[in-house]
Design a protein around this ligand. Structure first.
Ligand code: SF4
Length: 415
């Protein structure tokens, strides 16, 4: 070990206690990272090839080709940047402005509405993960399975660690609750504090909990023991410092966030509760924050001269569904894998450029592929953690690949 601590960028927990050993610029040992982090740190030994029309090419040709496509496009799309540094995100926003492009990221179909509510101050009761570690006695994972999505979440910040005001640890000082529709690994850990409900019934459970917290008889239309709702309400009410982690399962189940906001208000009438989104990509919150600072919107924008338009019609889903873009620059994302096939299929009809350290389904179908340095491993920068805390990081090893930020800068120079 070289005595330094590095940051893992495999999820938005951005663990900053990673130790490595390297030999001849190859990482030979990784300590502290979970299995997910380990697999990201190790892929830097298998870079994506630089290609044009399926044939290997050099970086200069790939960048010139990219600039040519974007310059001739009438309505280009820039998509991704949730797995890029803040420096690259700012560059991506600048490029979108210069090109009069549409700009969107995965938050438009996942946690975006939760982050937007926090940035706009509509949800004010939010706290840092360090606050949770030091203070939380009741932790609720709702529609989230951190044991698989953010494997060190429970051990580093919530259930298992001792904190400043939680010295007795999980066995005496903390209660972890999982609310989900299936027997996930996190549900297993939470044991008899897990509550399994049918799909799409989250709002009903929220309303029942609000009733129970208000001293009314809770009602639900699905088969569920009312005593368990009262028991859950009682645990929440008795919390001295509660933390709710909102997963995709909950976000997808609600038409809007109003029920969740009402529950948070009610919980803060009877106790003290904070909410944090379980952001997936390591810097998706950074993308939302940086675009918000620049335009007042967190995603789904279209630049038009000095104007910034915003709306669902500028989301990646709508733009591909309506076939209204004529080229796409994809940065650190894989829409061919993450979007339904009937929507992503349109990417086969337009020139697509992918900037990514790894081969993806999208890169395999792209006209141009530009391999980038793997952030956190081969290049440094900064990112915003799921709880809004900015984290700086340095590279673990060197690479000849350019970073996302450098590639975007080179493309802008060629326009
Ligand atoms: S929990 Fe996330 S950030 Fe931490 S080591 Fe695992 S993948 Fe990396």
């Amino acid at each position: 070990m070289d005595g330094k601590y590095y940051v893992c960028t495999a999820c938005s927990l951005l663990c900053d206690d990673i130790e490595i050993e390297s030999e001849d610029n190859h990482i030979t040992t990784v300590c502290t990272a979970c299995r997910k982090g380990l697999s990201r740190i190790q892929i830097c030994n298998e870079p994506m090839p630089c290609t044009l029309d399926g044939n290997k090419t050099d970086i200069n040709t790939a960048i010139s080709g990219t600039a040519g496509i974007l310059k001739n496009a009438k309505n280009p799309l820039i998509f991704g940047l949730g797995n890029s540094t803040e420096g690259a995100q700012k560059k991506g926003i600048e490029l979108a402005r210069q090109l009069n492009a549409n700009l969107d990221d995965t938050s438009s179909f996942c946690q975006g509405n939760v982050i937007e509510s926090i940035l706009k101050g509509e949800i004010q009761n939010t706290c840092t993960l360090d606050d949770v570690r030091n203070n939380a006695d009741v932790i609720v994972y709702w529609g989230a399975d951190p044991s698989n999505s953010h494997p060190r979440h429970l051990s580093k910040y919530t259930y298992f660690p001792r904190g400043k005001n939680r010295q007795k640890g999980y066995d005496e000082d903390r209660t972890a609750i999982a609310i989900d529709i299936r027997e996930s690994s996190t549900v297993e850990i939470c044991g008899n504090k897990s509550y399994l409900i049918p799909p799409q019934k989250d709002e009903e459970l929220i309303n029942a909990l609000i009733d129970a917290l208000s001293g009314k008889v809770p009602k639900v239309t699905f088969d569920f023991d009312k005593k368990r709702i009262l028991e859950l309400a009682n645990t929440l009410k008795k919390a001295r410092y509660g933390a709710i982690f909102v997963g995709l399962g909950l976000v997808y189940s609600l038409d809007n966030l109003n029920p969740l906001k009402r529950l948070l208000d009610k919980l803060n009438d009877v106790s003290e509760f904070y909410l944090t989104p379980m952001v997936g990509h390591y810097n998706m919150r950074g993308f939302n924050q940086n675009l918000y600072d620049e335009t007042g919107y967190i995603n789904r924008v279209k630049f038009e001269d000095s104007e910034v338009k915003h709306g669902n019609e500028y989301s990646v889903v709508e733009l591909l569904k309506t076939k209204s873009v004529d080229s796409a620059l994809i940065i650190g994302s894989d829409p061919m894998s993450s979007l339904p096939g009937y929507i992503a299929r349109y990417l086969n009809e337009i020139p697509v450029i992918t900037i990514d350290p790894c081969e993806t389904l999208t890169s395999k179908k792209s006209k141009i592929n530009i391999p980038s340095a793997l952030t956190g491993v081969e290049c440094g920068g900064s990112a915003i953690r799921m709880d809004g805390v900015r984290v700086d990081f340095e590279p673990m090893i060197e690479t000849s690949n350019l970073s996302d930020e450098e590639i975007l800068t080179r493309i802008m120079e060629e326009l």
